[in-house]
Write a protein that binds this ligand. Structure first.
Ligand SMILES: [Zn+2]
Length: 500
């Protein structure tokens, strides 16, 4: 059975999106939104789409973690055109506002329409990437849109380290061109991204007995602007772990302090906005130590007055009882690592204006009884630069000694910007044909799933498009439904360009 993409194909009771155009897209968007589909919970949505495709006589491959590959032949005149891979991901980020009880395991998203925007109700919307899946289903359901042979790949676990794309069997693909539909700006084409890798820097802990009669304090850096470690790195914001390291070095030099605990950061993709240390020191140095830290804090506040106007450094006495502290050598080694690990922008692109090419964010610090662990995330558009930064981190562990070691994980390749790309040329031509002007071309310092497809399909040529969405991954996530029509037109025009 096939249906026309120009008709309302999913009349729904209690539909929130009825009446929005293109109706076929919003029908699928609403249908998908009703299915719970957080990361690792994609079986139901995967089965739903597989059944939808089988009902249309399409070839479906579903792997054991519920990634999908659906094949559809080219339309008349496009039978022998180069195959196009269409890509989106089925999982969504599940966040809810404080006080909102939402059972993401079993409940779909309650859509809410407010002017030009579709929102969730106290939750993420999941437009990232329901949009891509709904466009793919709209094309699979169509019989009047010219397109080349399609291989629709819908991955799972994108939001939790790109697990679906890592797992997906690339040998099932014959296409060498890929169109992704997880971009958030209808006025631009997305044409390249960085890869990234993360690294744990570990120092085994040796403990000493805390000297009797010492005073203690919690030294705390907070109120920083924080932000995403890849999208916001060019803003030169302060890093709470690095600043804490700077203050601790001063405290060791001036006050001979010991350290009992280190803690900071949220996750490996967030510039840490808070970090703190529990410290112990002799009563006799207390006053001098406090005034040295206050003077340094004032200098730091002035340095970061533009990027981090709410930065706060506090020295709270009486943080509670403790009896052991890090050995002197380990404390010095840890503070050296906090200060000397590469951090922030490392290089900028000379091809794309205002693009950071390589960076590092010292994102997390913690300790347990056994060790101190500092986690960095290193995005770069150039693999060799990414691995060179990792090697410098390793070199630092060798210089520090004390059994320090580095373990890397989550290595994801880049998708390098190629001004000669056929997909980019077709995207530009389609955009100009539809809208009478040139699109912007965007390249990002963030690492996307698409990098992994380069590893699976060498020489793959990729492009990404999408309607306007804001604040994805947060409960403020919203989709501007008035921009979907333009993206749908661009998508159809682009498909018709890809006859050769
Ligand atoms: Zn996302």
């Amino acid at each position: 059975m096939s249906v026309s993409a120009n008709k309302v194909v999913h009349p729904q009771t209690n539909s929130v999106l009825a009446g929005l155009e293109p109706a076929v897209f919003f029908g699928f968007f609403e249908e998908l939104s009703a299915i719970p589909r957080g990361s690792y919970n994609e079986k139901q949505v995967s089965d739903h789409i597989a059944n939808f495709a089988r009902a249309r006589g399409l070839e479906v491959y579903q792997d054991e973690i519920w990634n999908l590959l659906i094949k559809k032949a080219g339309t008349p005149g496009y039978e022998n055109a180069p195959t196009l891979i269409l890509h989106g991901h089925t999982d969504i980020v599940c966040e809810s506002d404080e006080g909102v009880e939402h059972d993401f395991e079993n409940e779909g998203i309650k859509l809410r329409l407010d002017g030009d925007f579709i929102h969730g109700t106290g939750t993420t919307l999941g437009a990232d990437n329901t949009v891509g899946v709904a466009f793919a289903m709209s094309l699979l359901a169509s019989d009047d849109i010219p397109h080349p042979p399609l291989e629709v790949v819908l991955t799972v676990q994108e939001e939790v380290g790109k697990g679906g794309a890592q797992h997906f069997d690339g040998t099932k693909l014959t296409g060498k061109r890929l169109l992704d539909m997880n971009w958030h700006d209808p006025k631009s084409l997305f044409a390249g991204c960085a890869g990234d890798i993360s690294a744990h820097f570990r120092i085994p802990l040796q403990w000493s007995e805390r000297p009797n009669g010492q005073e203690a304090a919690r030294l705390r850096v907070s109120g920083l602007s924080s932000g995403h470690s890849e999208f916001d790195i060019h803003l030169e914001r302060a890093n709470a772990i690095v600043l804490l390291g700077r203050l601790l070095r001063l405290a060791i030099k001036e006050g001979d302090i010991s350290i009992a605990k280190l803690e900071g950061g949220v996750n490996r993709y967030v510039i840490p906005g808070e970090a703190e240390a529990l410290i112990s020191f002799d009563r006799s140095v207390s006053g001098a130590l406090r005034s040295k830290i206050e003077a340094e804090a004032a200098a730091i506040a002035a340095e970061y007055s533009t990027s981090d106007p709410n930065l706060k450094i506090t020295f709270e006495e009486d943080p509670g009882l403790f009896f052991s502290v890090f050995s002197e050598k380990v404390a010095t080694g840890a503070v050296n690592a906090m200060c000397l690990l590469p951090n922030g922008v490392q290089s900028r692109s000379l091809i794309v204006d205002n693009l950071v090419e390589s960076s590092n964010t010292v994102a997390l610090i913690s300790n347990d009884q056994e060790r101190i662990e500092i986690t960095s995330t290193i995005p770069s558009a150039v693999s060799s630069r990414r691995y060179n930064i990792v090697d410098r981190i390793r070199q630092l562990s060798e210089v520090i000694g004390l059994g320090a070691s580095v373990e890397t994980f989550a290595d994801c390749p880049e998708w390098p910007y190629n001004p000669q790309s056929r997909m980019l040329a077709a995207g530009r031509a389609a955009y100009e044909r539809e809208f009478g002007e040139q699109p912007h071309v965007e390249v990002s310092h963030s690492s996307l799933e698409l990098g992994l497809f380069r590893k699976k399909v060498p020489d793959i040529d990729m492009l990404s498009i999408g309607p306007e969405a804001f604040d994805v991954h947060t409960t403020r996530e919203r989709l501007n439904h008035t921009t979907v029509e333009a993206t749908w037109r661009l998508l159809k025009a682009l498909l018709s360009e890809l006859r050769t």
